[in-house]
Design a binder for this molecule. Structure first.
Ligand code: CMP
Length: 476
């Protein structure tokens, strides 16, 4: 603006300036200086309009109305249009180029420029197209699939020739707009910011599908409960995606916002949970193999007993027990299927048995002083519960509810008493777990610590109590 004022002021004194430089009014020098002066006025004016429109567009319209900065491309296009008009104005007004000559000249120049700058022009119009379509915006997380490869990242900047993409590897990827125009782009923000991802696992054909679905569902739900895992809502799930001679393929599907959570890390957590749940259930992934078995078909009941023995071996508590007591215990186990949401034991009720979780996820909840309930632990396959009431005769200390469809094995008091006679060291393992659990419940409820005995750990105190309890029961 200041420059424009100075130029106008100088214009007022032009005759005086010409005199001062001893130039004649109609001399070629005077004409040139006059034209130069006018060119300056046009350019400075165009620059002022560009600045003012830029401010109005950015501050007024874009920031206030749309709440975000316009892409740089828009400002660049505005600049090109204003200076192009200034150029035409200069040609017409200052150099008095006739319109016909002017158009003829500009079309020749246009063709030459067009041929020379073909790739740049292509980039420019591709960028313009993407901008008008509003296919993506600054900050969006996108995936670009091109025949040369695929890229993922956040849109950093949209320029008149390129788009800058920030990747999770900490790099900036600069892609020409024309390349984008021929790529398949997935914008994960649209129509909403959470998207579905998945992974596939193949299990043996002879694995019952309802069992596999239950285990995999539990695994992906357990992953959703872990920090950094997939979203709980929309709920994750599993479907069968393919059945072939090699096995049954299960498609584990879960949701996340890829702009905020790393897809690789979430997939990693889901895989981890899947592998843990499969191994606790004694299942492994389908393997390509070709074997011929010539054997008498085993009886179904014998098969079930073997499976239970194998399961007991995977429970830490019984892992090192000899074959005979385990076989006996396996025969005594009672299997129970519990649908999601059902309570297996309720706080305050008497209890005569303990349970081993074979499949699914359980939620352990305790009553708080303020009358509300709170989840203190999630139990996974291979863990047990209900031992406190069974071993001490006290009412149930917590409510245990099925967080997913579950399969549990019940151990009755008589079966455990027999096992304890044969394997008295079982009490040590049990008392350690009980001490940890009671301590966790006490902490959650801010209750005073259980009565301590000088020189003894909580686990040792529990062991003492259990031994006394069993001695009294057995009349020793
Ligand atoms: P019991 O008291 O017989 O019935 C409820 C069961 O919940 C209890 O035995 C334990 O097995 C289990 N339980 C209680 N508190 C916890 C805890 N903090 N962590 C894991 N399991 C628990």
């Amino acid at each position: 603006m200041l420059l424009l004022v100075v130029l106008f002021a100088a214009g007022q004194y032009q005759p005086w300036l010409w005199k001062l430089s001893a130039l004649e009014h109609d001399s070629a020098g005077a004409l040139l200086s006059h034209r130069l002066f006018l060119v300056c006025v046009w350019l400075v004016g165009a620059s002022l309009i560009h600045q003012l429109l830029g401010v109005i567009l950015v501050e007024g319209v874009s920031l206030r109305v749309l709440g975000k900065r316009p892409p740089k491309l828009m400002k660049d296009i505005l600049g090109v249009a204003i200076f192009l008009m200034a150029g035409i104005g200069i040609a017409r007004v200052v150099f008095a180029v006739p319109f016909t000559g002017f158009w003829a000249m500009s079309s020749v120049f246009g063709i030459i420029l067009g041929l020379a700058l073909r790739p740049i022009i292509l980039d420019f119009f591709s960028g313009l197209g993407a901008n008008l379509e509003r296919a993506f915006d600054i900050g969006d997380w996108i995936a670009i699939e091109h025949r040369d490869g695929s890229h993922r990242g956040w849109i950093e900047q949209i320029n008149w020739r390129t788009v800058r993409i920030r990747t999770r590897d900490g790099n900036i990827l600069i892609l020409p707009n024309s390349r984008l125009a021929t790529s398949v782009i997935t914008n994960y923000r649209l129509p909403r910011s959470v998207s579905r991802f998945g992974l596939r696992v193949k299990l043996e054909l002879d694995t019952p599908t309802d069992r596999a679905l239950r285990i995999l569902n539990s695994a992906v739900n357990a992953a959703a409960a872990r920090p950094g895992g997939p979203r709980k809502e929309p709920a994750p799930g599993v479907v069968i995606s393919e059945v072939s001679a090699e096995g049954v393929e299960y498609w584990i599907r879960f949701w996340l916002n890829p702009a905020e959570e790393s897809q690789d890390e979430v997939t990693h957590i889901v895989y981890q949970c899947v592998l843990v749940h499969l191994s606790k259930a004694g299942l492994s992934l389908a393997q390509p193999r070709e074997s011929v078995f010539l054997a008498r078909l085993p009886r179904a009941s014998a098969n079930a007993l073997e499976e239970r023995i194998q399961f007991l071996r995977r429970v830490d508590l019984f892992a090192r027990f000899p074959e005979e007591p385990l076989r006996h215990l396996a025969g005594e186990l009672r299997q129970r299927q519990t649908p999601r949401g059902q309570c297996l034991v309720r706080a305050g009720e008497p209890g005569e048995s303990m349970f081993l979780l074979a499949e699914g996820v359980l939620s352990v909840q305790i009553g708080m002083r303020d009358g509300k309930t709170r989840e203190v632990r999630v139990l996974n396959p291979g863990e047990f519960f209900g031992e406190i009431s069974l071993l001490t005769g006290a009412p149930r200390s917590a409510t245990v509810m099925a967080a997913t469809d579950c399969v549990v094995f019940e151990i009755r008091r008589e079966s455990l008493a027999l096992l304890l006679e044969q394997q008295p060291e079982l009490l040590e393992g049990l008392s350690e777990v009980m001490a940890t659990r009671r301590e966790a419940d006490g902490l959650a409820n801010s209750a005073p610590a259980e009565t301590a005995m000088p020189g003894l750990s909580q686990a040792q105190v529990w062991l003492l109590r259990l031994r006394t309890f069993f001695a009294l029961r057995n009349g020793d």
